[in-house]
Design a protein around this ligand. Structure first.
Ligand code: FPP
Length: 258
């Protein structure tokens, strides 16, 4: 597959030429990625799907390294959605094994590199062993400030919002809050993603044009970028291209251009 489909550079408001530095937006601070296409990458090579996911972890390592080097403050990746429980048990096991391996093998290096790991998602349905691993990784790296890596695992955007609503409803029920106290800031601060700024850019690889329940609340104003490559082929250059295309877009947040 080819590299990212670019947005329409000729549209009004977009920087038009590579040298047009004056109109470039600030680079994104927080990039979120739907790492899609592992299965098709494997199928195209006659390999089992699990090997596609394994190569996906290599691409994730490259993405983390590139994010640090390119000065992002946050990288969020969609590693296992609540809908992924519908996959065959062997594939689910393979994805859990990859999480275990990633945390066990990469934790020390990520910690040394100043990466703060946060696993975002529901704890329901996860074993004590996985929860222990997750908690250890988060605890050990909590004070790191170079890059926050949010790994969305057992994550669903609607579930995240429902969980926040339940927490807020409990506070209202207990008299700690009034219904009129509920506002966007309160909801944002109650989500699993509360500790990160909203993503500026959401990338999805593999050419699919969907959000698939990823960061539905915090991604409300994110620029979306759909890239025609399978996730295992994602490189530092892919991230650079996406950031470059982001900087040529005009973000108005519902207002008018300057
Ligand atoms: C979507 O590709 C990808 C996933 C469901 C899992 C993504 C997971 C990784 C990249 C590795 C896991 C990393 C950690 C740290 C746990 P797909 O399988 O749906 O691909 P397809 O659409 O081509 O079938």
């Amino acid at each position: 597959m080819s590299e990212p489909k670019s947005t329409s550079p000729a549209l009004p408001g977009a920087a038009t030429t590579p040298g047009d530095v004056a109109t470039l937006r600030a680079p994104p601070r927080h990039v979120a990625i739907i790492m899609d296409g592992n299965g098709r990458w494997a199928k195209a090579r006659g390999l089992p799907r699990a090997l596609g996911h394994k190569e996906g972890v290599e691409a994730l390592r490259r993405a983390v390294e590139a994010s640090r080097e390119l000065g992002l403050t946050h990288l969020s990746v969609y590693a296992f959605s609540t809908e992924n429980w519908n996959r065959p048990p062997a594939e689910i096991d393979a994805l859990f094994d990859l999480l275990r391996m990633f945390v066990r093998r990469d934790l020390a290096r990520l910690h040394r590199d100043g990466v703060c790991i946060r696993i975002i998602g529901s704890r329901e349905g996860l074993s004590e062993e996985i929860l222990g691993l997750i908690d250890e990784a988060m605890e050990r790296t909590r004070d790191n400030t170079r890059l926050t890596l949010n790994i969305a695992f057992n994550y669903g955007g609607r579930g995240e919002i429902v969980s926040a609503m339940q927490a807020i409803a409990r506070d209202v029920e207990a008299g700690r809050l009034k219904a009129s106290d509920v506002n966007e800031a309160l909801v944002s601060s109650t989500l699993w993603t509360a500790e990160s700024p909203d993503p500026d850019l959401v990338i999805r690889t593999s050419g699919e044009l969907r959000l698939s329940n990823f960061l539905l609340w915090s991604g409300a104003y994110a620029e979306l970028m759909f890239m025609d490559i399978w996730w295992p082929d994602f490189t530092r250059e892919s991230l650079e291209k996406a950031i470059d295309a982001f900087r040529r877009r005009d973000r108005r947040f519902g207002g008018l251009s300057a």
